[in-house]
Design a binder for this molecule. Structure first.
Ligand code: SF4
Ligand code: SF4
Length: 252
């Protein structure tokens, strides 16, 4: 079992918010270990105004399906143990969990880097009722500062080793939020998410593309006003086309 990236759940409890802890206590069994699942979504580089995570159809359902498949594989392999697939890692502090079990490391830009996929990954987990051997932490961020220098709005800065992200200046956040200063959107081409700090990271050069077929089904790297008349119901931003329209108006 130690080939699976595994962390002991009790080590994650200090990293949980109140809401996570409450949800955690209500799980159908009290888990001892978490096996972390990585789902790469990068389909290749192409110009566009939609961030890489939102170019394929909404990744949440794909990630959950793959995590459930992982749960079934583990249950078949270890019939005396109980397993439970989580939806996108909730309620675990999934980034801390991935760091502790050696499934990559957090870059200074705040995203999880998992070689050979760089930071173009989603994380989830399968919980287990049995205490399993942990896997060890891996490499770390090179602290080169390229992500910080490339940020067009100065949203990211470092206080010693600690990253401080000003969400009100972060384009990834502004594009998805109705109540922010939208004038900053003019500083990037993005209208949903922002990949600028990820694109410059040395760990994101020549990354391996995903081999998950669902992510190649209908890639939309770029949206313009005419695309809004088409079918966007399977997109991450499907319920916020009002924001897409607003953002397009700002950057045109
Ligand atoms: S760009 Fe440099 S500092 Fe930023 S996450 Fe990547 S390696 Fe770390
Ligand atoms: S996502 Fe974009 S705006 Fe936000 S910190 Fe990274 S580069 Fe800056």
């Amino acid at each position: 079992m130690n080939q699976h990236p595994t962390v002991t759940v009790s080590r994650l409890i200090p990293h949980m918010t109140e809401k996570m802890a409450a949800r955690f206590r209500a799980l159908p069994f009290q888990p001892q270990s978490a096996i972390i699942k990585v789902v790469p979504y990068f389909t290749g580089d192409a110009d566009g105004n939609i961030a890489a995570f939102a170019r394929p159809r909404d990744y949440h359902a794909v990630v959950y399906k793959l995590t459930q498949n992982y749960e079934h594989e583990l249950s078949a392999q270890y019939p005396n143990m109980k397993f439970l697939a989580l939806k996108n890692g909730w309620p675990l502090p999934i980034v801390a969990a991935a760091n502790m079990c050696g499934l990559g490391f957090t870059g200074r830009h705040g995203m999880q880097i998992v070689e050979p996929y760089g930071s173009y990954v989603a994380l989830s987990a399968v919980l287990c009722d049995t205490l399993l051997p942990e896997t060890s932490p891996s490499d770390t961020c090179r602290a080169c500062g390229a992500c910080e220098r490339a940020c067009p709005t100065g949203a990211m800065r470092f206080d010693g080793e600690k990253r401080v992200l000003n969400r009100e200046r972060c384009i990834a956040s502004i594009t998805q939020n109705p109540d922010t200063d939208i004038s900053l959107l003019k500083l990037s081409p993005y209208i949903w998410g922002c990949d600028i700090c990820q694109k410059v990271c040395p760990h994101n050069q020549q990354v391996k593309t995903t081999d998950i077929p669902e992510f190649y089904e209908r890639i939309i790297p770029n949206i313009d006003a005419t695309a809004l008349d088409g079918d966007l119901s399977d997109r991450h931003y499907a319920s916020r086309l009002d924001l897409i329209k607003r953002n397009l108006e700002v950057i045109k």
